[in-house]
Write a protein that binds this ligand. Structure first.
Ligand SMILES: [Zn+2]
Length: 748
């Protein structure tokens, strides 16, 4: 609890004293006279020393759980260290008073790791109560207690004390920090869910009114009244910690691989309910210490001039707290072609039998638009037009739709308003109003440029296109529960409106599966039917502002299983500077990796094609302790080879160990003697086809696991998890990543 006496409280203390004294009259008239006349002055001066307070008792803040009731945020006991300067000031022995101030300043600066001058300043104030430090943990609080008792000759309990309070803890550190947000000094929500649901989480503060003798001895008029604090409610999220972790893992890897300058976002959402299962923002922070910058960002602050430091720091903090999926808008580029196709199909303006001609250049109202494909695509079917991501074809589809219908559906798909997701700071989209939309604006809007929307709007739009036509409500909180676990409020998983028919939606599913099979091939996930669309948009505002080119956003939305849509995965990487910047090359593989990990976890079983079966991995069984015969059976049974090192009969250790994924046909090294592990040098495995990687790996004595797009035997590897030339134990597993470098989808 926090004690904050003020003048009003002190006045009240005197009133209570007077009342108490009056009560005493009944008991003893004589002693009253003595108190008031003889000891009156002394009591008056002592009144200020009473630990008399009327203080609020903060209610414990509610917890935040993930969908499986794993704790994401909780509150634990902490302490507030305070001093009572006036109690020191009142000492007649001024030398002793100064000594006490010095002892406190030096002692606490050591225990609390604070500047002693700062403490001295507080101790020298002329107030009753000053907080030295908040949210001190038990270990430190114990040291303060020890310190107080160490100086009991100075009656340190009269000058220095500890109040119980609560401190917010985030047990998973950075996990989902841009979603969770964080709290301030007084446990008030400052960002993310902590801010959006602050009222629910805070609870109702209790109250203590008390008068006690500062020395702890009984007074004739002690008084105490307590109103219990009511614990805050807790949130149960739709976020699944494992899925969140997977989204963050592959986002971080992609940000590093592609030298992303302006952060990125990955989301996984249930397309039928709008429940967000994972929302990862790169460059996030640790909510346990939200004001700590990353090493790189801190270096930027250190490098700034003195007068700039504060500004630079504030900007970088805001940036690390910012939820890019909700608070930032961008030009979506070709992913938006999902909208254009769905609208034209719904209105019967095009059909799967339509064809479109692309002669590279397409002129609208005097403006020439070029296809990304040199020479143009010629005449193409609708499914080819979308998998080719052909801008001239989509400008033509836009013209068929016209401004009026385009605007109508733009609104229906939720592109003109905030989604209403339960997170603070959702950005408003900017777009061409119907009355200001001419043929040029219609042309560029048809392929996703010259207007700005948020990532969360995009995932909702794409979900509606494939889920039967329903615009769902994206949301993070599933329900609010009280401290007994009883549900207080359930968040709606309903939909806002149906925007296209079931049959148009079915056509969209077919089209988007065709796109992944024929265009956005890096979105392929072995064992699953995936639909999706990639996009590469230019950051026109920045290009105009800086006069430079080369600012891109590579994005991808994948939906799986596309024949019965359940999960949408969204990926956006803002300003790749590592070479490739196409959504199909850098973002689609991220979607594929996320899906490969989360689909089996969600119980959606893979069904492999024959070609995929050749490339899938198997889980290594544990054969340690087995005799060689049993070990052989266990390994060959799952399609693995083995090699025995040593002359014993029993497997003492194996490499790779159990549970690891190894390419089918890989070799497990079985050690039957306590010999040193044999080592090999890692060969180069980049720039090869799957078959070439296999033969290079097996002749080097290592195992490989494939990741990414291995849908076609011609696709080449672009990365290996351990670099060529390094020394590793025989049988080491190396992950080799494949993608289709030819995938292009540049819009505009
Ligand atoms: Zn074209």
């Amino acid at each position: 609890m926090a004690i904050k006496p003020n003048k009003q409280m002190i006045r009240r203390s005197i009133v209570i004293m007077v009342i108490a004294i009056l009560c005493l009259t009944i008991v003893s008239g004589a002693s009253l006279v003595r108190i008031m006349i003889i000891k009156g002055e002394e009591y008056q001066s002592k009144a200020s020393e009473q630990q008399l307070y009327d203080s609020l008792v903060t209610a414990p803040r509610g917890n935040i759980y993930d969908k499986n009731m794993n704790l994401l945020a909780t509150s634990a006991t902490a302490w507030t260290v305070y001093v009572m300067p006036n109690s020191i000031n009142k000492l007649k022995d001024t030398e002793k008073a100064q000594k006490i101030r010095d002892i406190i300043a030096v002692g606490l600066s050591e225990i609390l790791d604070m500047d002693s001058a700062e403490i001295t300043k507080k101790v020298n104030q002329t107030t009753y109560y000053v907080i030295i430090k908040k949210k001190v943990e038990k270990e430190t609080a114990d040291k303060v207690r020890e310190f107080i008792s160490q100086y009991k000759d100075y009656e340190m309990t009269r000058f220095l004390g500890l109040d119980e309070a609560t401190k917010r803890y985030y047990p998973n550190d950075t996990l989902a920090s841009c979603v969770l947000g964080f709290v301030g000094d007084d446990n008030q929500g400052l960002a993310g869910l902590e801010s959006y649901y602050d009222n629910d989480l805070t609870g109702v503060a209790g109250r203590v009114v008390a008068a006690k003798n500062a020395k702890g001895t009984d007074m004739p008029f002690t008084y105490e009244k307590v109103e219990e604090a009511r614990r805050g409610n807790s949130l149960v999220l739709t976020i699944d910690s494992y899925i969140q972790y997977v989204c963050e893992k592959y986002l971080d890897a992609a940000v590093e691989e592609n030298h992303i300058a302006e952060r990125g976002a990955v989301m996984a959402m249930n397309v039928n309910t709008g429940a967000i299962l994972g929302m990862a923002i790169s460059g996030d922070f640790n909510p346990n210490s939200p004001f700590t910058l990353s090493v790189e960002d801190q270096a930027k602050v250190d490098a700034a001039t003195e007068e700039e430091k504060a500004n630079v720091r504030r900007e970088l903090l805001n940036r690390q707290w910012r939820n890019k999926a909700v608070s930032d808008t961008y030009e979506p580029g070709s992913v938006f072609k999902i909208f254009t196709a769905a609208t034209a199909l719904e209105e019967g303006l095009i059909s799967t039998k339509s064809s479109f001609t692309c002669n590279y250049t397409f002129v609208v109202a005097g403006n020439a638009y070029h296809c990304h494909h040199a020479g143009g695509h010629g005449t193409q079917s609708l499914e080819r037009a979308i998998s080719n991501s052909c801008n001239p074809a989509f400008i033509q589809i836009g013209q068929l739709i016209g401004v009026k219908l385009f605007s109508k559906y733009f609104k229906a798909f939720g592109m003109t308003e905030k989604t209403g997701i339960d997170l603070p700071g959702e950005a408003l989209p900017t777009y061409h109003k119907e009355e200001k939309m001419g043929p040029t604006e219609l042309a560029s809007s048809s392929f996703g440029q010259t207007f700005n929307v948020t990532p969360v709007q995009m995932i909702a739009m794409a979900s509606a296109a494939v889920n039967g036509g329903y615009l769902v409500q994206p949301h993070i909180v599933d329900r609010i529960i009280d401290s007994d676990g009883k549900t207080v409020e359930t968040k709606s998983s309903g939909y806002k409106r149906q925007v296209i028919s079931e049959s148009t939606s079915r056509t969209m599913r077919t089209l988007l599966e065709f796109v992944v099979q024929n265009g956005a091939k890096n979105g392929i996930v072995a064992g699953y039917r995936v639909g999706g669309k990639t996009g590469t948009s230019q950051k026109m505002v920045k290009i105009v502002e800086t006069g430079k080119r080369g600012f891109y956003i590579g994005s991808y939305i994948g939906i799986v299983p596309i024949d019965d849509p359940q999960i949408a995965v969204y990926v956006m990487l803002d300003e790749p500077t590592g070479g490739s910047y196409y959504g199909g090359v850098i973002s689609a593989p991220v979607g594929s990796r996320v899906m490969s990990d989360i689909l089996p976890y969600l119980g959606i079983e893979p069904q492999y094609t024959e070609n995929e079966l050749k490339h899938i991995s198997v889980s290594v069984p544990d054969v340690t302790g087995n005799n060689i015969t049993d070990a052989r059976k266990a390994l060959t049974g799952v399609g693995l080879s083995y090699k025995v090192v040593g002359g014993g009969d029993t497997v003492l250790r194996q490499h790779p160990t159990s549970g690891n994924a190894v390419f089918r046909g890989g070799t497990i090294i079985l050690y039957t003697e306590n010999t040193e592990a044999q080592t090999v040098t890692v060969p180069n495995l980049v720039g090869m086809t799957a078959n070439e990687v296999n033969s290079a790996a097996s002749s080097a004595g290592i195992n490989v696991e494939f990741s990414g797009n291995v849908s076609s035997p011609a696709l080449k590897s672009y990365r290996q998890s351990i670099n060529a030339g390094e020394t590793v134990p025989v049988g080491q597993i190396i992950t080799v990543y494949f993608r289709d470098e030819a995938t292009v989808d540049l819009a505009n």
